[in-house]
Design a binder for this molecule. Structure first.
Ligand code: FAD
Length: 440
């Protein structure tokens, strides 16, 4: 673990564009006059996709299979960077592989039922190669707006992070696939900046290396927090986890039963009753160990609030055995190496892992107020009406529906764009919110 919180420097200064002669440009480029100055040679594309995570490459693949060319702009230097650079070593997908494939490329029979982080990252690489996804890596999109002046194009400005040079793109369609987990969410805790040991976000945590015998506090009891607590305990750290909210502890096998029942249209309340019964048999009363369950059942909750249950991968046994201590309160402040909790308790720690979540950054660059993306950078409308805006704007992977959500969004968006591009097809200028019957 490294000391302090690493800060991603996403906002490098832009180098002014060199002036360009239109005669020197290839046909795919054209000079664009902006505010009276020659600002950029806009690269013309049919579709610009922002983000080369699973959502972005799935949209590109589905478009490609329908004969539509697209260009994916990605800030990082690889596809699927979340899995390569922001996920801990122990991570495995929570759902069985049949629920974790992107369109047109199921996982191989010999692949494990629950893919590891590295298996899935390799799958994404293979996927992008198989469908010849056209990416431009290390391109950070800084602004995107629809030209109401008549060109009918999205004007996208990006920066090549390798050179610092600004680039301009123009496209009839813009797909926002920039991720719901783009930026680390770090809570304001007075005194935390002076904590003497390492303080890292879950996005930076890789393994328990160097933590044996150290007192480590994990803040946050979602899937990442629980799994990291387990990882630390296995690695010999004296582990505590701060649990301030109620949660549904589950395991992957029980959740797969729920998914199967849902596929047979079993009502949500029946699924909840069945899986809570299974949870009672497997886990007993989790509240006895500081993990209170919400009143709403886990499957209903997933559908109504999008909150995902916590998939136990071994943390609960460590909690029961006392190897992981549950501190049932929010972190209030830190003084030196002592952390104070909302219930007044105080404990010293050597290191802290903040498993406190992420946020979208789309609102920083998308200049559109058509109601597709809300103030929080996520899809403003709920599933299944979330994916299509006005003027050829779409979003993929922005309603907390995981890999399966990326799958569905890609098919819907590619289908819609290819339909609009059919010769003689009149372009739909309305809000066009579409409907689908997807599963969880
Ligand atoms: C630790 C963790 C474990 C998860 N496990 C599961 C699981 O087991 N099963 C499941 O279904 N879901 C899981 N999820 C949720 C979900 O599947 C992921 O969040 C998934 O990565 C979303 O894919 P995406 O392509 O929409 O976004 P991302 O993977 O976040 O990709 C978005 C891409 O956009 C790029 N980008 C952002 N802004 C810009 C910009 N301005 N310019 C250029 N590029 C930009 C980013 O660099 C990034 O590469 C997990 C999430 C996390 C964080």
């Amino acid at each position: 673990m490294e000391k302090g919180r690493a800060k991603l420097n996403h906002y490098l200064p832009c180098t002014p564009l060199c002036s360009l002669s239109s005669r020197a440009l290839p046909p795919s480029l054209r000079l664009e006059l902006d505010r009276g100055n020659i600002m950029a040679a806009a690269v013309e594309e049919e579709v610009i996709i922002v983000g080369a995570g699973q959502s972005g490459i799935a949209v590109a693949a589905c478009l490609s299979l329908r004969g539509v060319r697209s260009r994916v702009l990605e800030r990082d230097d690889c596809v699927g960077s979340l899995w390569r650079k922001r996920a801990y070593d122990r991570l495995h997908l929570h759902l069985a592989k049949q629920y974790c494939a992107l369109p047109h490329l199921p996982h191989q029979d010999e692949a494990p039922t629950y893919l590891s982080r590295d298996d899935y990252a390799r799958y994404l690489d293979g996927y992008a190669a198989r469908f010849t996804v056209r990416t431009r890596l290390r391109r950070e999109v800084r602004s995107a707006r629809f030209d109401t002046g008549g060109s009918g194009r999205w004007k996208v400005e990006a920066v090549d992070l390798a050179t610092g040079r600004a680039e301009a793109y123009a496209a009839r369609f813009l797909v926002v696939a920039a991720g719901e987990n783009d930026e680390k969410l770090v809570p304001e805790v007075p005194g935390l900046e002076a904590f003497p040991g390492p303080v890292v976000h879950a996005a930076e945590y890789r393994s328990a290396e160097g933590m044996r015998g150290k007192a480590v506090l994990v803040v946050g009891c979602g899937n990442s927090g629980m799994e990291i607590a387990y990882d630390l305990a296995v690695g010999g750290a004296i582990t505590s986890i701060a649990v301030r909210s109620e949660l549904h502890l589950m395991n992957r096998e029980i959740w797969n039963v729920a998914m199967t029942l849902y596929g047979y249209h079993v009502p949500l309340w029946v699924i909840d009753k069945l899986i809570l019964l299974m949870c009672a048999v497997v886990f007993g009363d989790t509240a006895r160990h500081g993990l209170r369950r919400p009143a709403v059942g886990p499957f209903t909750m997933r559908h109504t609030t999008l909150a995902y249950p916590v998939m136990d991968v071994g943390a609960y046994a460590k909690i029961r055995s006392g190897e992981v201590r549950v501190l049932p309160a929010a972190v209030k402040s830190a003084r030196g190496n002592v952390v104070e909790f909302a219930d007044g308790s105080r404990y010293p720690f050597d290191a802290i892992v903040l498993a406190t979540g992420y946020r979208s950054t789309v609102r920083r660059w998308l200049q559109s107020d058509d109601g597709l993306i809300g103030d929080d950078g996520m899809a403003a409308r709920s599933y299944p009406e979330h994916w299509k805006g006005k003027n050829g704007l779409y979003c993929a992977g922005m309603v907390r529906r995981g890999i399966y959500g990326s799958y569905e969004d890609a098919e819907l968006i590619a289908g819609d764009i290819s339909e609009l591009l059919r010769p003689n097809k009149k372009q739909d200028k309305g809000d066009g919110a579409a409907h689908t019957n997807g599963s969880c």
